[in-house]
Each structure stands twice: as C-alpha cells, then as structure tokens.
Unconditional design. Structure first.
Length: 175
C-alpha cells in the first residue's frame, strides 16, 4: 500500500506539486521507514526475502526534529546540537541497522547461497561485520550500551555482573 500511494519516492517535483508541509513530509518519512523496519524484522523472523529493496525507493531519513515542537507549532524545527536525547535518535539508528540486516538476509541467507564459493562468503561476512562495527561506533552516546554509562547506576545490572563473574570463575575452575 505504501508503494501504491507513493511513500517510496520523495523528490522535489512531487513535493512542490502537492505542497506538503514539513510536518507532512516528516510524517511520510517516518511512516515509510516504520514499514521498512517492519519488513526487515518480518523477513528475519519468518525466513523470507525482504519485500522492500534498497534500489526501489528514494526517501530521506527522518530529520532530527523535536516532536513536541512539531505538534505545538505546526512546523518542524531543528534542535541545537546539544539537544536532549529523543526517540528519533533511536529510530534513525534502527533504520540504519535494518539496512545492514537487509544485506545480511540477502547476502547470507538466500536460497542460492549454497552455490557460493567459500572465499566470496568470507568476504561478504567480513564486509557485513565492518558495517555492523561502524554502525555501533556511530551510535549516539546515549544509545551506546558498551560505554558503561547506561547501566552504571543500576543495582540490578551490578548484581548481574557480579553473578556472571562468579559463574565464569566456577566454569573455568572445572574446565
């Protein structure tokens, strides 16, 4: 349905003809990418190919606008660089991750994968690993779980770490 109403295409000619407001543009972008992410998740969970291919759409990523200002003013505004973390940061990161996930599904889990040479498979896996590593490094600080700041105040997390260390010591003692 999103394809039939043109959510998969975003160009200046179409925008000028329909006189979309900034809010409408952002709503279309966010709707399209919500469908895009869902497509990747369903493909992964059901073991089916993706329905939305990268070369078949042209939509900008959602912009980092303050959702409350969108609702109050009727026009989207960009926030300063020192803005507070928002849900759109998470959403854009999920979209970027979903792009990598689509490559994983198509490169590693397609049915014709059996006939691919091992060297080519290894190269594809290494490339995907680099993309995932770069994605992780590009995450905004407040979304990075490896920096320790996310869980540093959580007592439950600290207890779990101590328990994991104890279990690791016991396992290594018997092996």
């Amino acid at each position: 349905m999103a394809h039939s109403i043109g959510f998969h295409v975003e160009d200046s000619l179409q925008q000028s003809l329909t006189d979309l407001t900034t809010i409408e543009q952002e709503t279309r972008r966010r709707t399209w990418y919500s469908i895009y992410v869902l497509d990747r998740l369903l493909a992964l969970q059901l073991g089916r190919p993706v329905a939305i291919h990268e070369e078949e759409y042209c939509v900008n990523l959602p912009s980092e606008t303050d959702e409350t200002s969108c609702l109050l003013d009727g026009e989207a505004r960009r926030l300063p660089l020192d803005k507070k973390p928002s849900s759109i940061d998470y959403f854009v990161s999920v979209i970027k991750f979903s792009k990598i996930l689509g490559r994983v599904i198509s490169d590693l889990y397609r049915p014709s994968q059996i006939a691919i040479e091992p060297d080519r498979m290894l190269l594809s896996t290494a490339t995907l690993d680099e993309r995932l590593t770069q994605w992780k490094l590009d995450l905004p600080r407040h979304l990075r779980f490896d920096l320790g700041h996310t869980f540093e105040k959580s007592m439950i997390f600290k207890r779990q770490v101590r328990l994991d260390i104890k279990i690791l010591r016991i396992v290594t003692k018997f092996t």
